[in-house]
Design a protein around this ligand. Structure first.
Ligand SMILES: [Zn+2]
Length: 148
């Protein structure tokens, strides 16, 4: 299932922040400011990654997926687990996903990417990158779950 579209990648912005940090133009206090809400979302709905935190290098980053869209009503702005996204994408016409990386060790956080999901994309032509990977990862996650 490949429905992700209008993917915006924020890795350039992230590199710029890290450059500023290493150059001393900003302090770690400025970039390691994850709110308690974001950290809770990471704990309860986050997707563990194999990527080391670029700041403390002692913890792996967790990805949090926030969903936005008119159809979501009171659920808009909530964090959802990666496994829930393909289900939502089948039931809703269109919603926006913001992926935020957060380090539970030092509170580093940064926007990773944003993209659109939903049934509206299914009618369009060829497969696109992004949430298909999310769907695949979610499936793998369930498989890991099943093996326990
Ligand atoms: Zn860290």
């Amino acid at each position: 299932m490949r429905t992700s579209r209008q993917v915006v990648d924020y890795s350039l912005q992230k590199r710029a922040v890290l450059r500023d940090l290493h150059a001393g133009r900003v302090g770690t206090y400025d970039v390691c400011d994850a709110s308690p809400y974001l950290k809770n979302a990471a704990r309860f709905h986050g997707e563990p990654t194999d990527e080391r935190c670029p700041i403390c290098r002692s913890e792996n980053l967790t990805h949090v997926h926030y969903i936005y869209g008119d159809e979501l009503r009171q659920s808009a702005g909530q964090a959802r687990s990666l496994a829930e996204l393909p289900v939502l994408a089948m039931t809703l016409r269109e919603f926006q996903v913001f992926v935020v990386e957060v380090c539970l060790g030092c509170d580093w956080n940064h926007l990773v990417e944003q993209f659109l999901l939903g049934r509206d994309g299914l009618a369009e032509g060829g497969p696109e990158q992004g949430a298909a990977d999310a769907a695949t990862t979610a499936t793998q996650g369930r498989r890991r779950e099943a093996q326990r």
